[in-house]
Design a protein around this ligand. Structure first.
Ligand SMILES: C[S@@+](CC[C@H](N)C(=O)[O-])C[C@H]1O[C@@H](n2cnc3c(N)ncnc32)[C@H](O)[C@@H]1O
Ligand SMILES: O=C(O)C(=O)C[C@]1(C(=O)O)C=C[C@@H](O)C=C1
Length: 242
Protein backbone atom coordinates (compact mmCIF):
# COMPACT_ATOMS: atom_id res chain seq x y z
CA UNK A 1 0.00 0.00 0.00
CA UNK A 2 1.24 3.46 -0.90
CA UNK A 3 1.46 5.93 2.01
CA UNK A 4 -0.99 8.81 1.62
CA UNK A 5 0.23 12.41 1.53
CA UNK A 6 -1.08 14.35 4.56
CA UNK A 7 1.96 16.64 4.88
CA UNK A 8 0.04 19.92 4.63
CA UNK A 9 -3.26 18.65 6.11
CA UNK A 10 -2.92 20.30 9.55
CA UNK A 11 -2.07 23.99 10.06
CA UNK A 12 1.72 24.52 10.15
CA UNK A 13 2.75 27.51 12.29
CA UNK A 14 6.18 28.11 10.77
CA UNK A 15 5.70 27.08 7.15
CA UNK A 16 9.22 26.79 5.71
CA UNK A 17 10.29 26.19 2.11
CA UNK A 18 9.25 22.91 0.53
CA UNK A 19 12.11 20.39 0.46
CA UNK A 20 12.61 16.79 -0.59
CA UNK A 21 13.19 15.34 2.87
CA UNK A 22 12.25 11.91 4.26
CA UNK A 23 8.64 13.00 4.96
CA UNK A 24 8.14 13.89 1.29
CA UNK A 25 10.06 10.80 0.09
CA UNK A 26 7.77 8.54 2.17
CA UNK A 27 4.59 9.75 0.41
CA UNK A 28 6.05 10.84 -2.94
CA UNK A 29 4.27 8.42 -5.34
CA UNK A 30 0.88 9.45 -3.87
CA UNK A 31 1.83 13.16 -3.77
CA UNK A 32 3.01 13.42 -7.36
CA UNK A 33 0.11 11.38 -8.77
CA UNK A 34 -2.48 13.57 -6.98
CA UNK A 35 -0.62 16.84 -7.71
CA UNK A 36 0.62 16.66 -11.31
CA UNK A 37 -2.03 16.32 -14.04
CA UNK A 38 -0.82 13.92 -16.72
CA UNK A 39 2.06 12.51 -14.64
CA UNK A 40 1.41 8.84 -15.51
CA UNK A 41 0.99 9.68 -19.24
CA UNK A 42 4.33 11.49 -19.17
CA UNK A 43 6.05 8.55 -17.47
CA UNK A 44 4.67 6.17 -20.15
CA UNK A 45 5.84 8.49 -22.94
CA UNK A 46 9.35 8.63 -21.41
CA UNK A 47 9.40 4.85 -21.91
CA UNK A 48 8.24 5.20 -25.51
CA UNK A 49 10.86 7.86 -26.29
CA UNK A 50 13.54 5.71 -24.66
CA UNK A 51 12.63 2.85 -27.01
CA UNK A 52 13.00 5.22 -29.98
CA UNK A 53 16.05 7.29 -29.07
CA UNK A 54 18.35 4.98 -27.08
CA UNK A 55 21.49 4.04 -29.03
CA UNK A 56 23.83 1.09 -28.41
CA UNK A 57 26.73 1.78 -26.08
CA UNK A 58 25.36 5.08 -24.74
CA UNK A 59 24.22 6.44 -21.39
CA UNK A 60 20.73 7.49 -20.37
CA UNK A 61 20.34 10.07 -17.62
CA UNK A 62 17.39 10.63 -15.26
CA UNK A 63 18.20 13.97 -13.61
CA UNK A 64 16.28 14.58 -10.36
CA UNK A 65 15.11 10.97 -10.33
CA UNK A 66 13.30 11.03 -6.92
CA UNK A 67 12.14 7.43 -6.37
CA UNK A 68 13.10 6.41 -9.92
CA UNK A 69 9.67 6.21 -11.59
CA UNK A 70 11.08 7.49 -14.91
CA UNK A 71 14.28 5.44 -14.43
CA UNK A 72 12.21 2.27 -14.11
CA UNK A 73 10.16 3.09 -17.22
CA UNK A 74 13.38 3.79 -19.19
CA UNK A 75 14.84 0.49 -17.97
CA UNK A 76 11.70 -1.44 -19.01
CA UNK A 77 11.79 0.01 -22.53
CA UNK A 78 15.52 -0.17 -23.21
CA UNK A 79 16.39 -2.83 -25.78
CA UNK A 80 19.74 -1.51 -27.06
CA UNK A 81 22.92 -3.31 -25.96
CA UNK A 82 25.66 -1.92 -23.70
CA UNK A 83 23.63 0.94 -22.25
CA UNK A 84 23.70 2.28 -18.71
CA UNK A 85 21.16 4.44 -16.88
CA UNK A 86 22.50 7.09 -14.54
CA UNK A 87 19.83 8.28 -12.09
CA UNK A 88 20.78 11.36 -10.09
CA UNK A 89 19.27 13.22 -7.15
CA UNK A 90 20.67 15.44 -4.41
CA UNK A 91 18.19 14.17 -1.79
CA UNK A 92 19.62 11.27 0.22
CA UNK A 93 16.10 10.42 1.45
CA UNK A 94 14.85 10.04 -2.13
CA UNK A 95 17.84 7.95 -3.25
CA UNK A 96 17.55 5.58 -0.29
CA UNK A 97 13.98 4.74 -1.32
CA UNK A 98 14.84 4.73 -5.03
CA UNK A 99 17.40 1.99 -4.33
CA UNK A 100 14.76 -0.21 -2.60
CA UNK A 101 12.15 0.56 -5.26
CA UNK A 102 14.41 -0.33 -8.21
CA UNK A 103 15.60 -3.51 -6.47
CA UNK A 104 12.03 -4.88 -6.53
CA UNK A 105 12.21 -5.19 -10.34
CA UNK A 106 14.41 -7.66 -12.18
CA UNK A 107 16.32 -6.18 -15.09
CA UNK A 108 19.52 -6.76 -17.04
CA UNK A 109 19.99 -3.00 -17.55
CA UNK A 110 22.57 -1.49 -15.17
CA UNK A 111 21.37 1.52 -13.17
CA UNK A 112 23.83 3.73 -11.30
CA UNK A 113 22.23 5.83 -8.54
CA UNK A 114 24.25 8.98 -7.91
CA UNK A 115 23.83 11.49 -5.08
CA UNK A 116 24.89 14.79 -6.65
CA UNK A 117 23.82 18.25 -7.70
CA UNK A 118 22.90 17.85 -11.37
CA UNK A 119 24.55 21.23 -12.06
CA UNK A 120 27.94 19.66 -11.19
CA UNK A 121 27.44 16.31 -12.93
CA UNK A 122 29.48 15.40 -16.03
CA UNK A 123 27.12 14.36 -18.86
CA UNK A 124 28.69 12.43 -21.70
CA UNK A 125 27.86 9.99 -24.51
CA UNK A 126 24.13 10.35 -23.77
CA UNK A 127 21.31 9.30 -26.10
CA UNK A 128 18.41 10.11 -23.72
CA UNK A 129 18.27 12.70 -20.93
CA UNK A 130 15.20 13.17 -18.72
CA UNK A 131 14.43 16.23 -16.59
CA UNK A 132 10.99 15.26 -15.26
CA UNK A 133 9.82 18.19 -13.09
CA UNK A 134 13.36 18.98 -11.92
CA UNK A 135 14.55 22.08 -13.86
CA UNK A 136 11.85 24.15 -12.11
CA UNK A 137 13.72 23.63 -8.81
CA UNK A 138 17.10 24.78 -10.20
CA UNK A 139 18.00 28.44 -9.58
CA UNK A 140 16.87 30.33 -12.72
CA UNK A 141 20.35 31.72 -13.38
CA UNK A 142 21.81 28.17 -13.52
CA UNK A 143 19.25 26.69 -15.92
CA UNK A 144 20.82 27.66 -19.25
CA UNK A 145 24.30 26.40 -18.34
CA UNK A 146 22.81 23.05 -17.30
CA UNK A 147 20.86 22.70 -20.57
CA UNK A 148 23.96 23.68 -22.58
CA UNK A 149 25.99 20.95 -20.83
CA UNK A 150 23.20 18.43 -21.49
CA UNK A 151 23.16 19.34 -25.19
CA UNK A 152 26.98 19.00 -25.39
CA UNK A 153 26.77 15.62 -23.66
CA UNK A 154 24.19 14.22 -26.09
CA UNK A 155 25.16 12.24 -29.20
CA UNK A 156 23.82 13.72 -32.48
CA UNK A 157 20.09 12.88 -32.68
CA UNK A 158 19.94 12.42 -28.90
CA UNK A 159 16.87 13.62 -26.99
CA UNK A 160 16.04 15.64 -23.88
CA UNK A 161 12.58 15.19 -22.37
CA UNK A 162 11.82 18.24 -20.22
CA UNK A 163 8.65 18.21 -18.10
CA UNK A 164 7.75 21.30 -16.10
CA UNK A 165 5.10 23.28 -14.29
CA UNK A 166 4.59 26.28 -16.61
CA UNK A 167 3.40 29.78 -16.13
CA UNK A 168 1.46 31.46 -18.91
CA UNK A 169 2.60 34.80 -20.35
CA UNK A 170 -1.06 35.89 -20.36
CA UNK A 171 -2.16 36.79 -16.82
CA UNK A 172 -5.81 35.78 -17.36
CA UNK A 173 -4.88 32.38 -18.81
CA UNK A 174 -2.25 31.94 -16.08
CA UNK A 175 -4.90 32.40 -13.37
CA UNK A 176 -7.28 30.05 -15.18
CA UNK A 177 -4.66 27.27 -15.45
CA UNK A 178 -3.70 27.65 -11.76
CA UNK A 179 -7.41 27.46 -10.79
CA UNK A 180 -7.92 24.36 -12.94
CA UNK A 181 -4.86 22.77 -11.31
CA UNK A 182 -6.36 23.50 -7.88
CA UNK A 183 -9.66 21.92 -9.05
CA UNK A 184 -7.63 18.86 -10.06
CA UNK A 185 -6.11 18.73 -6.56
CA UNK A 186 -9.56 19.13 -4.92
CA UNK A 187 -10.90 16.30 -7.07
CA UNK A 188 -7.99 14.19 -5.80
CA UNK A 189 -8.94 14.80 -2.17
CA UNK A 190 -6.69 17.72 -1.17
CA UNK A 191 -8.34 20.30 1.14
CA UNK A 192 -8.19 24.09 0.73
CA UNK A 193 -5.65 24.20 3.59
CA UNK A 194 -3.43 21.57 1.97
CA UNK A 195 -3.56 23.41 -1.36
CA UNK A 196 -2.78 26.82 0.12
CA UNK A 197 -0.03 25.68 2.53
CA UNK A 198 1.76 23.73 -0.23
CA UNK A 199 1.44 26.70 -2.59
CA UNK A 200 3.12 28.95 -0.02
CA UNK A 201 5.86 26.38 0.71
CA UNK A 202 6.65 26.06 -3.02
CA UNK A 203 6.66 29.81 -3.72
CA UNK A 204 10.40 30.39 -3.22
CA UNK A 205 11.64 27.04 -4.52
CA UNK A 206 9.57 26.18 -7.62
CA UNK A 207 9.96 29.01 -10.09
CA UNK A 208 8.13 28.22 -13.35
CA UNK A 209 8.98 29.63 -16.78
CA UNK A 210 6.65 30.10 -19.75
CA UNK A 211 6.78 27.56 -22.61
CA UNK A 212 8.17 30.42 -24.76
CA UNK A 213 11.06 30.97 -22.29
CA UNK A 214 11.80 27.24 -22.37
CA UNK A 215 11.80 27.13 -26.18
CA UNK A 216 14.15 30.10 -26.51
CA UNK A 217 16.52 28.77 -23.82
CA UNK A 218 16.63 25.27 -25.35
CA UNK A 219 17.49 26.82 -28.75
CA UNK A 220 20.28 28.90 -27.15
CA UNK A 221 21.55 25.74 -25.43
CA UNK A 222 22.10 24.20 -28.88
CA UNK A 223 19.04 22.03 -29.52
CA UNK A 224 17.99 22.03 -33.19
CA UNK A 225 14.42 20.76 -32.79
CA UNK A 226 12.19 21.79 -29.89
CA UNK A 227 8.45 21.46 -29.27
CA UNK A 228 5.80 20.86 -26.65
CA UNK A 229 4.42 17.32 -26.95
CA UNK A 230 2.02 17.38 -23.94
CA UNK A 231 0.20 19.90 -21.78
CA UNK A 232 -2.55 19.60 -19.18
CA UNK A 233 -3.42 22.86 -17.39
CA UNK A 234 -0.15 24.44 -16.21
CA UNK A 235 1.89 21.21 -16.46
CA UNK A 236 3.54 19.96 -19.61
CA UNK A 237 6.42 18.28 -21.31
CA UNK A 238 8.76 19.31 -24.11
CA UNK A 239 10.98 17.36 -26.41
CA UNK A 240 14.35 18.74 -27.56
CA UNK A 241 16.46 16.89 -30.11
CA UNK A 242 20.14 17.68 -30.77
C1 LIG B 1 9.47 16.77 -8.59
S1 LIG B 1 10.81 15.79 -8.19
C2 LIG B 1 11.12 14.83 -9.68
C3 LIG B 1 10.20 13.70 -9.94
C4 LIG B 1 10.80 12.55 -10.69
N1 LIG B 1 11.65 12.98 -11.78
C5 LIG B 1 9.71 11.64 -11.20
O1 LIG B 1 9.52 11.55 -12.43
O2 LIG B 1 9.04 10.98 -10.38
C6 LIG B 1 12.24 16.82 -8.23
C7 LIG B 1 13.48 16.09 -7.78
O3 LIG B 1 14.61 16.86 -8.14
C8 LIG B 1 15.57 16.76 -7.12
N2 LIG B 1 16.47 17.92 -7.25
C9 LIG B 1 16.17 19.24 -7.08
N3 LIG B 1 17.26 20.00 -7.30
C10 LIG B 1 18.28 19.14 -7.61
C11 LIG B 1 19.66 19.32 -7.93
N4 LIG B 1 20.21 20.53 -7.99
N5 LIG B 1 20.42 18.21 -8.18
C12 LIG B 1 19.86 16.97 -8.11
N6 LIG B 1 18.55 16.74 -7.82
C13 LIG B 1 17.77 17.81 -7.58
C14 LIG B 1 14.75 16.73 -5.83
O4 LIG B 1 15.49 16.18 -4.75
C15 LIG B 1 13.56 15.87 -6.26
O5 LIG B 1 13.75 14.52 -5.94
O1 LIG C 1 1.75 20.45 -5.94
C1 LIG C 1 2.10 21.32 -6.72
O2 LIG C 1 1.54 22.41 -6.78
C2 LIG C 1 3.18 21.09 -7.65
O3 LIG C 1 3.72 21.98 -8.21
C3 LIG C 1 3.56 19.71 -7.88
C4 LIG C 1 4.97 19.28 -7.65
C5 LIG C 1 5.89 19.47 -8.86
O4 LIG C 1 5.51 19.99 -9.89
O5 LIG C 1 7.06 19.09 -8.74
C6 LIG C 1 5.61 19.94 -6.52
C7 LIG C 1 6.27 19.27 -5.55
C8 LIG C 1 6.25 17.80 -5.48
O6 LIG C 1 7.49 17.36 -5.88
C9 LIG C 1 5.35 17.17 -6.42
C10 LIG C 1 4.79 17.85 -7.42
Amino acid sequence: MQAKDHIFAAPIAALGDFCFDHKVADVFPDMIKRSVPGYSNIISAIGMMTARFARPGTRLYDLGCSLGAATQEMRRNLTQPDCRIIAVDNSAAMLERARDHLATYKSGVPVELVEADICDLPIENASVVVLNFTLQFIAPERREALLTRICHGLVPGGVLILSEKFKSADDTVNELLIDLHHDFKRANGYSELEISQKRTALENVLRPDTPEQHRARLARAGFGHVDLWFQCFNFGSMVAIK
